[in-house]
Design a protein around this ligand. Structure first.
Ligand code: GTP
Ligand code: SPV
Ligand code: MN
Length: 584
C-alpha cells in the first residue's frame, strides 16, 4: 500500500532514506492489523498478556524505567523568531533543531519496521477536525494511536483530498535521556520526537499535534485548542449543559468527565465527550462550540476504583492497554488505590516489596477506546460539536483557592485562567507537589508565547455573541486541612459544585460579590448527606484577603516575565482585583 498524494509519498520516502528501516508498513486501522501487531509485540516482549479470564484483550506494556512521563525540559518549540515561542517554552532555532534531531534519526530504524499512521483528530466529517501522519518505529505507538485517534484508511482519504496535514516523525531511538528530544516546528506543521516511547512524548496526535501545533493553527484561524475535558450535565428535568474544564495533568479531568452522580442526587446524568483535549470555535451565531479531537483515553490508573469512579473502573476491564502497572500472582493488573488483590511484581517487573515505593508507577496509564465508556455521549461524533455553557479552570491547591468561584465576565475569566497555579504531579518528569503558574493548564502545551495566547483568548471573547459567551469558573477539589487531609470529598460529589455552576448559568441563584469573583451563598451549595461540618464548608468558601494579596503579587510578577507583549486588558483586570482586595 502507498498513497496517491505526491507530497506525502515524497516525505515518507525521504524519512525512509534518513532512518533506513527494514520495511515500511502503511497502517489501515483494521482489526486484523491490530491483532497482528499485538501478536508480534507479545512475541517481542513489548506486551505482556494479562489474565484473559478477568481482563479479556488486556495487555501490559512496561516502558523503559527512565521513560515514564513527559519530559518538559526536553520539549522544544522551534519558531523562526524566539519571541514567538515565549518564555513558557524551551526554544531552539529551527535550522539548528532539524540538524540536531535529524542526526539522531539517521539510521535510527535500521532493522526495524517503519509504520506510517494517517490519523484524523476529530470526527472524520467535521470541518473542525485536522489530520496528521505519524511515522514511527514503535508498534506500541501504532496500537495506542488506533485507540486515541481516528486512524487508518478514512483518515488517509481525507488527507489525500485536503493535502494539508501535520507531519510527525517519531523513533524510540536508543531511549537514552541524553538523546531524547520532542521538537515542534509550528510554522512547518512538523513534529520530530526521538528517544522516548511514552505517552505524550510518542503518541504525536495527542499533546504535540492536538495541543502544541493546533494551538498555533488555532490562533491563525481564530479558534482555541485547549487542555480541557468536555462533558454534558443533564438535570432531572432533562436540560443538558455542556462544560469544558481545564485542569493541569493528573488533576482530575478524566474523573470529572466520567463522574458518577452520588445517590443523593437522583435523576442527574453525566455524558462524557472527552477527557483531555477540546477544540473550541465560535459558530455563525456567535456561540462557542467544542469538539474532542481524540477518540480514546490515555488515563491515570492509580486511584481508579469502583468507589472513586465505577465508570472508569468498568471501562478498563477489557480491551485495554495498561502501561507501567503492577501485576498480581494470577496476572491481573494492580495499582495503588485498587481495593482488592495483592501485587507480586512491580511496574518494572521486579518482585514487589512493600515500603519500597509504589507497585504501580504513579504515572501508570490505561489506553482505551472512548466507545467503552458507559456514559459516552451520543454527540461525541457530532461534526459541529456541542454548545458550551461554562468553562472551568482548576488546579491542585492545598490552600488559597476556594472550592469554586465565578469570574465577573469573560475578560476577568481570562485573568483567572492566565493566573491559575497548581502543584506539579507525576505526569511530567521533575519535582512533585511544587506550586507553579500553569495558565489555562497549558504551560506544557501552548505552542506559542503565552502573552499572545492570552490576547487571543481576549479577542475570541470579544468576537463572540456576548449573551452567548460561556461563564467562566475556577474550582479546587484539593484544599487540605491542617493534617493534610482533603477537605472536599471530590469525585462524584463534585456534581454538587457543577450543579451550582449550572444554576448560575441559568440565572437561578444569586452569588456573593468578593474581590476575586462571585462565590456561592452557603445555602446554594447542597452538602446534605455529606459528612462535613459547617465550618469546613465555611473554609472552603472563604477568601483570605492577605493570602490573595500575595497571590495577586505573584501573578503580577508572572505577567512581568512576559514583558510588553502582555495585553494591557489583562493587567487592568489584575489591577481591578488588587483594588478590590485593598478595600476588603
Ligand atoms: P491527565 O491525563 O494527566 O491530563 O490528567 P487528568 O486531569 O485527567 O487527571 P485524572 O482525572 O486522571 O486524576 C488524576 C489523579 O487525581 C488520580 O489519582 C485521581 O484519583 C485524583 N483525583 C481526581 N479527581 C479527584 C477529586 O475530585 N478529588 C481528589 N482528592 N482526587 C481526585
Ligand atoms: C498529561 O500529562 O496531561 C497527559 C498524559 O494527558 S500524556 O499524554 O503523557 O501527556
Ligand atoms: Mn493531559
Amino acid at each position: 500500500m502507498t498513497t496517491s498524494n505526491a507530497s506525502l509519498k515524497r516525505w515518507v520516502d525521504d524519512v525512509a532514506r534518513l532512518t533506513q528501516p527494514a520495511s515500511i508498513h502503511w497502517c489501515n486501522g483494521s482489526d486484523a492489523e491490530n491483532t497482528a501487531l499485538i501478536e508480534a509485540m507479545l512475541k517481542s516482549g513489548d506486551l505482556i498478556k494479562l489474565n484473559q479470564d478477568t481482563h479479556p484483550n488486556c495487555y501490559l506494556h512496561r516502558s523503559h524505567p527512565s521513560d515514564v512521563a513527559r519530559v518538559e525540559h526536553l520539549t522544544f518549540v522551534c519558531t523562526r523568531n524566539k519571541e514567538d515561542a515565549g518564555p513558557n517554552n524551551h526554544w531552539m532555532d529551527p535550522t539548528e533543531a532539524h540538524r540536531k534531531i535529524d542526526g539522531l534519526f539517521a539510521g535510527a530504524m535500521r532493522g526495524r519496521t517503519m509504520y506510517v499512521i494517517p490519523y484524523c483528530m476529530g470526527p472524520i466529517d467535521s470541518p473542525f477536525a485536522r489530520c496528521g501522519v505519524e511515522i514511527t518505529d514503535s508498534p506500541y505507538v501504532v496500537v495506542n494511536m488506533r485507540l486515541m485517534t481516528r486512524m487508518g484508511d478514512a483518515a488517509l482519504t481525507r488527507i489525500e483530498r485536503e493535502d494539508k496535514y501535520v507531519k510527525g516523525l517519531h523513533s524510540i531511538g536508543d531511549l537514552d535521556p541524553d538523546r531524547r528530544f520532542i521538537m515542534h516546528f509550528p510554522e512547518e506543521l512538523t513534529i520530530k520526537s526521538v528517544g522516548s516511547g511514552y505517552g505524550g512524548n510518542a503518541l504525536l496526535g495527542k499533546k504535540c499535534h492536538a495541543l502544541r501545533i493546533a494551538s498555533w493553527q488555532a490562533r491563525e484561524e481564530g479558534w482555541l485548542a485547549e487542555h480541557m475535558l468536555l462533558m454534558g450535565l443533564q438535570s432531572p428535568e432533562g436540560r443538558t449543559h455542556y462544560v469544558a474544564a481545564a485542569f493541569p495533568s493528573a488533576c482530575g479531568k478524566t474523573n470529572l468527565a466520567m463522574l458518577v452522580p452520588p445517590a443523593s442526587m437522583p435523576g442527574w446524568k453525566i455524558w462524557t465527550l472527552g477527557d483531555d483535549i477540546s477544540w473550541l470555535h465560535v459558530d455563525e451565531q456567535g456561540q462557542l462550540r467544542a469538539i474532542n479531537p481524540e477518540s480514546g483515553y490515555f488515563g491515570v490508573v492509580p486511584g481508579t476504583n469502583r468507589k472513586t469512579n465505577c465508570n472508569a473502573y468498568d471501562m478498563i476491564q477489557r480491551d485495554t492497554i495498561f502501561t507501567n502497572v503492577a501485576l498480581t500472582a494470577d496476572n491481573q493488573p494492580w495499582w495503588e488505590g485498587l481495593e482488592n488483590g495483592t501485587p507480586v511484581l512491580d511496574w518494572q517487573g521486579k518482585p514487589y516489596t512493600p515500603g519500597n515505593g509504589p507497585a504501580a508507577h504513579p504515572n501508570s496509564r490505561f489506553t482505551v477506546s472512548a466507545k467503552q465508556n458507559p456514559i459516552y455521549s451520543t454527540l461525541a461524533d457530532a461534526p459541529e460539536g456541542v454548545p458550551i455553557s461554562a468553562i472551568l479552570f482548576g488546579g491542585r491547591r492545598r490552600e488559597v483557592a476556594p472550592l469554586v468561584y465565578e469570574a465577573r465576565d469573560w475578560a476577568h475569566g481570562v485573568l483567572v485562567g492566565a493566573g491559575m497555579a497548581s502543584e506539579t504531579t507525576a505526569a511530567a518528569v521533575g519535582q512533585m507537589g511544587v506550586v507553579r503558574r500553569d495558565s489555562m493548564a497549558m504551560k506544557p502545551f501552548a505552542g506559542y508565547n503565552f502573552a499572545d495566547y492570552w490576547s487571543h483568548w481576549l479577542k475570541l471573547g470579544s468576537g463572540a455573541n456576548a449573551s452567548k459567551l460561556p461563564k467562566i469558573f475556577h474550582v479546587n477539589w484539593f484544599r487540605q486541612d491542617r493534617n493534610g487531609r482533603f477537605m472536599w470529598p471530590g469525585f462524584g460529589e463534585n456534581l454538587r459544585v457543577l450543579r451550582w455552576i449550572t444554576d448560575r448559568c441559568e440565572g437561578k441563584v444569586p452569588a456573593i460579590e468578593t474581590p476575586i469573583g462571585l462565590l456561592p451563598r452557603k445555602q446554594d451549595l447542597d452538602i446534605s448527606g455529606l459528612d462535613m461540618d459547617p465550618s469546613t464548608l465555611e473554609t472552603l468558601l472563604s477568601i483570605d484577603a492577605g493570602a490573595w494579596r500575595q497571590e495577586v503579587d505573584a501573578i503580577s510578577k508572572y505577567l512581568d516575565e512576559y514583558g510588553s507583549r502582555v495585553p494591557s486588558q489583562l493587567r487592568e483586570e489584575l489591577k481591578g482585583v488588587a483594588k478590590r482586595l485593598e478595600a476588603a
